[in-house]
Design a protein around this ligand. Sequence first.
Ligand code: M6R
Length: 606
Amino acid sequence: MCGIVGYIGDHEASPILLEGLRKLEYRGYDSAGIATFSKGELRYVKAEGKIDTLESRLLKENPIGTIGIGHTRWATHGRPSDENSHPHLCNDCNIAVVHNGIIENYLELKEELEKEGFVFHSETDTEVIVHLLKKYLNGDFEVAFYKAVSRLHGSYALCAITADEPDKILCARKDSPLVVGLGENENFIASDIPAILRHTRKCYILEDGEFAVITKNQIKIKDAEGVIISKKMQEITWNSEAAEKGGYEHFMLKEIYEQPEVFKNTLRGRLKERTVDFPELGISKEDVLNWSKIYIVACGTAYHAGLVGKTIFEKTMKIPVEVDIASEYRYRDPLVDEKTLVIVVSQSGETADTIAALRHSKSKGAKVLAVTNVVGSSISREADYVAYIWAGPEISVASTKAYTTMLITEYLLALYFAGLIGTLSEEEIAGYVEGLRGIPSLAVQVLENPSYKLIAENLKEETDAFYLGRGLDWAVALEGVLKLKEISYIHAEAYAAGELKHGTLALITDGTPVITINTQKSVFDKTISNIQEVRARGAKVIIVAQADDEASHKYAEQMVYIPTMEDFLVPVIAAIPLQLIAYYTAVARGTNVDQPRNLAKSVTVE
Ligand code: M6R
């Protein structure tokens, strides 16, 4: 995820910026850069790759100056490269900008600016900002900044400097965090507190729509109309390790709690009033009509996202969908040809088996669509089409926000394709679009439920657990079980609820924990019958149900309610309690939550 640092004071800026950028490394990045003033001129140094590369360039170029802005980039628009890294400069190099977030209307702004003679040097959305600033700069940088920001749609944490007014840094924030740190005869800016914690613990946290004008002795925070706001200063009490985790005990917990915000990123620019759009995809109605089958191929959690995807694509597009584990698919001549769409799902975009499956599919003439998180990853480069899940960097080995954003991306793709070929009516699509729009706030409600720790307390001494469900609930159960196994080391199995009595029921004895997901009305009574079967053998039953379910509680020791919602969209929300149950169980057992034994975040070997 991109990071921002800014400094204005009496000390050399570049070592302070560099140190701040290093503190943001944990967030993941692929390039870095800084800009400072030196003898009235803006100097900048940027480099693809690690901060060490930037540092060695800084040593050579020595950009002196006591004002500066720095950035670590995690590629979204445009691959990782020197040109695409921030800061971005205007054509005469007297304005520099760093930006976190996504400018949704950058293509139309770019077209307008190009017509006016501005020359673009990168593939980024950010570059439009610096040219807009230049366009509007007419003796007052602040006026130009307000005008430029008013043209932007999307999300931003933004810092800009100009050699024309080298005593200030201007900032703005919308949907992307930015804090201003207070020093003595010096002030700081950062997208994340760890970047400036060594210098100050006093800061102002900007809210959406707020601007800041920062000089070395003053911080003015203003609203969208330019009126100065009086803001409460915050005192940061976390240590720097806790600050990296945003105050959470583990990255996994932070990433679970990031989900409502991250969901907005996944939906942004794609959800329209009553439809879904995927302008970046480049898939036409003719392409979709050409497919006779979809194959979804992935590993681990991404494979589980594929299992939910099967129902999503079949229900909306009325097309057969097969799902396969990448390490199996690659070794058994799968039936794919030029009429097959192969969807490879991968958070990292670097999983060896998934890459091999992608290559195998292409060699058979199939088109490959990547659903991935990492811009510039092998999978994103080799696929014919890419749909990014926009989860931001996931640091914990156990995948959480990547899984749920994979699901949201699948819903968006399916609705988009169904709209193109007319397999759903406009009304049906509009209904699901409305449901998806509500997903971030439903996620907030689920995160507020206090029952997970109590369930974890009851699970922590167990050696085995079973998860049951039917249809979409079964797919969610499989992912819930993987979470529990990988971080708590409790042996667990997920079963299609109706399948249990064909063998595994023999393992259910007095006190065996059975977590049942029972959210789908079409199979509700059937699942209740299966719950009765395990209860008759002494199982301790926990049920995940929708809030309007008045029956399930009669059959459960403990209930977990999710908000009442459209059954079809439930997997995104039902996954969250299972993530938290696994998390708190692991914490209660004292395991290494973020780096479980024997596992790696990115599996680049077979
Ligand atoms: O990066 P990918 O999505 O391709 O990774 C696939 C699996 O290795 C991954 O989902 C793994 O199962 C997770 N650790 C599970 O939490």
